[in-house]
Design a protein around this ligand. Structure first.
Ligand SMILES: *[C@@H]1O[C@H](CO)[C@@H](O)[C@H](O)[C@H]1NC(C)=O
Ligand SMILES: *[C@@H]1O[C@H](CO)[C@@H](O)[C@H](O)[C@H]1NC(C)=O
Ligand SMILES: *[C@@H]1O[C@H](CO)[C@@H](O)[C@H](O)[C@H]1NC(C)=O
Ligand SMILES: *[C@@H]1O[C@H](CO)[C@@H](O)[C@H](O)[C@H]1NC(C)=O
Ligand SMILES: *[C@@H]1O[C@H](CO)[C@@H](O)[C@H](O)[C@H]1NC(C)=O
Ligand SMILES: *[C@@H]1O[C@H](CO)[C@@H](O)[C@H](O)[C@H]1NC(C)=O
Ligand SMILES: *[C@@H]1O[C@H](CO)[C@@H](O)[C@H](O)[C@H]1NC(C)=O
Ligand SMILES: *[C@@H]1O[C@H](CO)[C@@H](O)[C@H](O)[C@H]1NC(C)=O
Ligand SMILES: *[C@@H]1O[C@H](CO)[C@@H](O)[C@H](O)[C@H]1NC(C)=O
Ligand SMILES: *[C@@H]1O[C@H](CO)[C@@H](O)[C@H](O)[C@H]1NC(C)=O
Length: 884
């Protein structure tokens, strides 16, 4: 004890000091002018979570949350009110309901000493610069806004980023904040501000400018000089620039270190003038349309650490001069049209390299000296190469955490098996033709993706490190028990969350070993040759959200124990031989139930109506009888116009990386099989076709305003289509063919403007097909088999019509329609098989500067990647979730 008195003394003295400081600061009295400005700010704010509850008269304003005063002058110097949000698990929308919204009322004239202002990631809708009394200051789109409204020579840090609903028409006022050094406007909508560049270049001290994702279009490509004399970091990624690289860029102060122009549509070649930016450390130009060769002079950037040229149209070979970039940490050249040979000369001096991504299709030719020992130890390596053997240096890279080899055909040696059995964060070997027998291999990486190869033999083992295993689309055979029931390897508990072994030749039963795998949230065993019953032990998977068992030979009833899968969102047993009643206990939160093409019998249970989130309700092609329950209008997601239906994606987090998975189901709509997961984002569907349903269609069904696709065909339904069908404003596909419906086709159906597919054939409808509308635009086969129907497009004239000229007889060749649906009518019957699993994978890794990691499988997935990279930035923005 006696040996430590000095330390105690220090702590004691420190406490004393704190106390003094505390006393001191409570003596600070907030300046009335500042307080006035703060209260003015608060007045415009809507504060749902009481973030500003401490902003009251009882407390000195220097004690208010987010406010900081200078301890000598007592003037407010800092206002920091960012909002903190977390990434959601099952939705695309970040919850910002607790963040500040309303308008930003900023009296910079009163805040004479404000140096730092951070309102990042809130949900503000407008900004006003106003001394309260001056009306002229309210309109920031007016160029006439005077210096008395915005005038600050002290504000240096200004962060308005990620207020994704904030639209600013003009940035002209910015030039009045002459002291600005750091400006972050990312994800604010500046679409209408065409003069943004002029405004920001007027800031003489600006060193950091972030205008990522601001929707701006004009990069002023021919402007010679931009007056950014002190700029260090320029981020203009994710905008809408379509020009060449602008001339002013090459005339920037040579002190600039970071230039980010990724995710635009920039064209042209890289001009040599870029070399003026001598101090560049990071140049990211990914996802553009830049072309020409990768210039060899890029090798002259001595300080360059990050070079990202991913996804452009660069051609030619990778210049060996890049091997001079001795500071380089990250080199990303994949997804270009590069050709030629890669050898050790390309990497000669890259001793700091950590990230190398060169997946190029068709793959580059590797010509490495077999004795070459690289000067680097990579952490992340992705490549495609033209075989047949992996270069020997590959095996020296023992620190790899992310490995991806794709589109390559190479011979798998024993040492490769050993290499991939090491623990890595990610092992991705998709779309190769790896054809070994994996049954003796133990995989030990966290994320494993070896789908779409020629793997044969039994399933490999998974260690307890594995979180994610995707082995789909191979030729694996044998029983799944070799993977599931051999828990010697698990040394305790499994961490497996995602298992996809669909599209193989696996046989045998589903085993009863699920109790060892309770961490699973996603299982896909579809399109195999599995048989037997669904085992009760699957009910132990309480966190399971997705169960795909489609296209197997499963039979028997669904075990009651599955009711313990409380988290189930997607239940898909399409195309098996499962019988018994429709389960009544499926988790009420379920989003999609697909029982199509089985032997289910009995009635549709009314419990279905208590599933407010259901968007896919596919019971087609079974032996279901009885009436359609008349409570369907309780199913909220079908009733709400524009229900939020993006729940079928989820994230798996892993340290500083996350994986986003998009699920998909094969659905039949508009007379065809839809083949991608888009349907799960934009489709609400009820399909009860090909059953034994009788009675009439309950009238409530026609109030399902949110429904996109309704198929009741091939049943024994009777009755009329009531006028209420006019309520179904979102209906895109309606099929009631092959029933015994009667009456007229309601005129009001012509108001269903989204209707692309209609089939009322083979019923007993009568009367005139409403004319002069969309309904007349459908093919005659939409209406055939109704002896009482008349008028175009049928050739039968209605009795009251004389043979007038405007009745245009239908003919097969008369394909004047712009409705795509015409082409699909022939396909309308039958249920085409095949599973179209689409899995959008995105990895994000912040470990190495800018070394984010995206895998883009095909055009479809590109959207997923875009969504994610954008949603990182734009956590609550929906405007990027468009699919084309
Ligand atoms: C005032 O604050 C600064 C930091 O903001 C600190 O370094 C300084 O010691 C403080 N002065 C007093 C008298 O507390
Ligand atoms: C504003 O706050 C956010 C959240 O704490 C932070 O990430 C950001 O860097 C801050 N901006 C500035 C300019 O300090
Ligand atoms: C803002 O300015 C625009 C154009 O100068 C004008 O049309 C608009 O009425 C003004 N709005 C207000 C609230 O003054
Ligand atoms: C702007 O503010 C400075 C002090 O910060 C003051 O000297 C100047 O007169 C102001 N300019 C105008 C036009 O109000
Ligand atoms: C450059 O900035 C300075 C200081 O803001 C300004 O006086 C000058 O007019 C600007 N020049 C150009 C060409 O924009
Ligand atoms: C840089 O700007 C000057 C004018 O200030 C101009 O004469 C020159 O051509 C510009 N250089 C480039 C490379 O655009
Ligand atoms: C850069 O690399 C090229 C080819 O690899 C070489 O000829 C050249 O001398 C190197 N330049 C410097 C400055 O190292
Ligand atoms: C899996 O990796 C861990 C290190 O992360 C290691 O301790 C363990 O021995 C490995 N397991 C096998 C079976 O190789
Ligand atoms: C199930 O999920 C919860 C919440 O995410 C988690 O705390 C729990 O550990 C999970 N259970 C298993 C067995 O993984
Ligand atoms: C499926 O399994 C059965 C035995 O259960 C076998 O006879 C049949 O050949 C298998 N089919 C395929 C395509 O592997």
């Amino acid at each position: 004890m006696n040996t430590h008195p000095p330390q105690y003394a220090i702590i004691f003295a420190w406490l004393l000091m704190l106390n003094i400081v505390g006393t001191c600061s409570s003596n600070i009295h907030c300046n009335q002018k500042d307080k006035h400005a703060l209260l003015n700010f608060k007045q415009g704010v809507i504060d749902p979570s009481g973030m500003l509850s401490s902003w009251s008269n009882e407390q000195d304003c220097c004690q208010w949350k987010g406010v900081m005063c200078n301890n000598i002058t007592s003037r407010v110097t800092k206002l920091s009110l960012p909002c903190y949000t977390t990434l959601p698990t099952y939705t695309d929308k970040v919850d910002k309901s607790h963040c500040l919204t309303g308008s930003i009322h900023l009296s910079l004239v009163e805040f004479e000493f404000l140096n730092y202002l951070n309102l990042s990631n809130n949900d503000f809708l407008a900004i006003h610069f106003d001394p309260v009394d001056s009306q002229t200051c309210h309109n920031i789109s007016a160029d006439t806004i005077s210096r008395q409204c915005v005038n600050s020579s002290v504000l240096a840090y200004f962060d308005l980023s990620l207020n994704t609903n904030l639209i600013i028409d003009s940035l002209e006022w910015l030039s009045r904040i002459s002291s600005l050094e750091y400006l972050d406007l990312s994800a604010i909508d500046l679409y209408r501000e065409v003069n943004w560049l002029q405004s920001v270049t007027m800031l003489p001290s600006l060193s950091y400018l972030n205008m990522r994702g601001c929707q701006v279009e004009d990069l002023s490509p021919s402007l010679q000089y931009a007056n950014f004399t002190t700029l260090r970091v320029l981020d203009l990624s994710e905008n809408k620039f379509e020009s060449e690289l602008p001339k002013w860029l090459f005339n920037l102060s040579s002190g600039i270190t970071d230039v980010h122009l990724g995710s635009n549509s920039l064209r042209g070649q890289l001009p040599k003038a870029l070399l003026n930016l001598r101090h560049l450390e990071s140049l990211t130009l990914e996802h553009n349309k830049l072309n020409g060769p990768i210039p060899d002079w890029l090798g002259q950037f001595e300080l360059l650490q990050v070079l990202n040229l991913q996804d452009n149209m660069f051609s030619g070979s990778i210049p060996t001069n890049l091997g001079n970039l001795s500071s380089l940490i990250t080199l990303v050249v994949d997804r270009n049209q590069l050709t030629g040979v890669v050898s050790e000369r390309n990497f000669a001096k890259l001793s700091k390299l950590k990230v190398l991504m060169m997946e190029i299709s068709p793959p580059l030719i590797f010509d490495f000296d077999s004795h070459w020992v690289p000067p680097f130890q990579l952490g992340q390596l992705c490549f495609a190469f033209a075989g047949p053997n992996l270069p020997t240096w590959f095996y020296t890279q023992t620190s790899i955490e992310f490995l991806c080899i794709t589109y390559s055909s190479f011979q798998v040696e024993d040492k490769f098996h050993k290499f991939v059995s090491r623990r890595m964060t990610l092992l991705m070997l998709e779309w190769n033709s790896i054809d070994g027998d994996m049954s003796e291999v133990l995989l030990n990486s966290t994320f494993i993706m070896i789908s779409s190869n020629d793997l044969k033999g039994g399933l490999p083992r998974l260690s307890s490190n594995v979180n994610f295993a995707k082995l789909s689309n191979n030729s694996l055979s044998g029983s799944i028990s070799s993977l599931l029931c051999d828990h010697k390897m698990l040394s305790g508990k499994s961490n497996l969350k995602f298992l996809d072994i669909s599209h193989n030749n696996l046989s045998g039963g589903l085993t009863n070993c699920w109790k060892n795998w309770r961490t699973l949230i996603h299982i896909n065993l579809g399109s195999n040759n599995l048989t037997g019953q669904i085992p009760p032990s699957m009910g132990l998977l309480h966190n399971l959200t997705t169960l795909h068992l489609h296209q197997n030979k499963l039979y028997g009833e669904i075990p009651q124990s599955l009711q313990n899968c409380y988290s189930l969102l997607i239940f898909n047993v399409r195309e098996n031989n499962i019988s018994g009643n429709i389960p009544t206990w499926i988790a009420p939160s379920a989003v999609a139930i697909q029982l199509r093409s089985n032997q289910f019998s009995g009635n549709i249970p009314e419990q279905i109506c208590q599933m407010p989130s259901l968007i896919i309700f596919d019971f087609a092609d079974n032996n279901i009888s009885g009436h359609i329950p008349n409570c369907l209008h309780h199913m909220t997601s079908f009733v709400i116009n524009n229900a939020s239906i993006s729940k079928l994606s989820f994230y798996i987090y892993l340290g500083d990386m996350y994986y986003r998975f998009e699920d998909s189901l094969e659905l039949v709509t508009k007379g065809q099989v839809s083949q991608n997961s888009r349907n799960l984002h934009f489709m609400t569907l009820i399909d009860l076709s090909s059953n034994e349903l009788s009675g009439s269609i309950p009238p409530q069904m026609f109030n399902l305003v949110g429904l996109h696709s309704l198929n009741l065909s091939f049943n024994k339904l009777v009755g009329r289509i009531p006028g209420e069908i006019g309520n179904m404003k979102n209906l895109e596909s309606l099929d009631v063919s092959r029933n015994q419906l009667f009456g007229e086709i309601p005129e009001i159906m012509s108001k269903l403007t989204f209707l692309e597919y209609l089939n009322v054939s083979f019923n007993n409808f009568r009367g005139r097909i409403p004319s002069g509308t969309q309904l007349g635009g459908f093919n005659a086969s939409s209406y055939m088999g109704n002896p009482g129907l008349c008028g175009p497009p049928l050739t039968k004239y209605c009795p009251q019509d004389t043979k007038s000229e405007d009745v245009k007889p239908y003919s097969e060749d008369n394909d004047g329609s712009h409705f795509l649906s015409w082409f699909y009518i022939g396909l309308a019957s039958g249920f085409v098989t095949g599973f179209w699993g689409v899995c959008g994978a995105v990895f994000f890794n912040r470990k190495w500067r800018h070394a984010y990691f995206t895998f883009i499988y095909d055009l479809r997935d590109r959207f997923y990647v875009m969504i994610v990279t954008k949603r990182n930035l734009f956590p609550s923005s929906n405007k990027f979730l468009l699919w084309q």
